[in-house]
Write a protein that binds this ligand. Sequence first.
Ligand code: ADP
Length: 402
Amino acid sequence: MSSSRVLVLNSGSSSVKYQLLDMRDSSRLAMGLVERIGEESSRLKHTPLASGGASREWTGPMADHEAALKAVSAELAKDGLGLDSPELAAIGHRVVHGGRHFTEPTVIDDAVLAEIERLIPVAPLHNPANLTGIRTARSLRPDLPQVAVFDTAFHTTMPESAARYAIDVETADRHRIRRYGFHGTSHAYVSRATAKLLGRAPEDVNVIVLHLGNGASASAVRGGRCVDTSMGLTPLEGLVMGTRSGDVDPAVIFHLMRVGEMSTDEIDTLLNKKSGLIGLCGDNDMREIRRRIDEGDQRAALAFDIYIHRLKKYIGAYYAVLGKVDAIAFTAGVGENAAPVREAAVAGLEELGMVVDGELNAVRSDEPRLISPGHARVAVAVVPTDEELEIATQTYALVGRI
Ligand code: ADP
């Protein structure tokens, strides 16, 4: 292929994040973000990495995603990298929900769009926004291959025993209720990068991946294939997150309806936006929580303890699911940066072969690295995730085969 560039788009309802990569060496040529699309004060921040220039910011009204993508293209064009460039090989789109149908990255055509649309009932917030981004990009470059890379795809290998909830089978099937899992692109990338760090093939290692960002999920990966993950039908299940509760007794919801007289939407907002760390202590940024703990703040300390308790439960559960664990990998904003979280999550698990070395854990680096001592039975690793590179790599590999 002579054209070697891939544009990665992550479209939200009022935002678009993008990166342009050159797949000859996986280098990043540009990256940026458009926010508040549809408002008077839409904002575009563009960083032209190829030319080494400073970031440029622009604020003004952008009516819709089309206006946003045209503005992005205009910024890229200043360095000869616009959407109309013949060097652009493909556009890779992050799509949150691919259901059971999409197990692989997929070249987008009308049938694929229809299927992503059919999944809107199980992803009402994300899939419509992703579709808007795809439709806009297709209208601007109808000739270009566009690829959907699904957050759920990596988890489609989960066995039925892990993917099914223990509820009436007919009801579950009628409403497509099962555990789909999310952050799959990150879990796939990080589990492979962990195997590489150990100098082994992905097929030969079992890894527990802990993706701890504002959203957080754990996965159990056996020989490169996901066998369990903590998020479910939606990204609400599992770990304590920045603003999401993670696991709660489902009867909490009935209780809030009957006794708390809350509406479905109010409970949805409570559990997704006002719970987790922010609900427990008023902050969802782990840096701020650690600062408050250092000042003796009891609420912040309890929020941290609840966060760690849940994390440890999942490490234990996935140890049991896998039977044998070669590595635990911490990734995303909290996992890559918060040494106290890594230390506390693994503390007391020496009997399981998991130990963190204090000095190694304190090292700050952007590189994948081990933080367990050499003799440890289970490698504990920090592996920075790179979802954009993974989407670009999968997109480029797929269009290379067309
Ligand atoms: P998202 O889920 O939005 O992609 P990220 O993976 O970027 O999130 O993670 C964002 C979170 O990472 C922040 O909310 C904060 O809690 C945490 N974080 C970022 N940098 C640090 C740091 N230096 N120390 C501790 N936590 C950090």
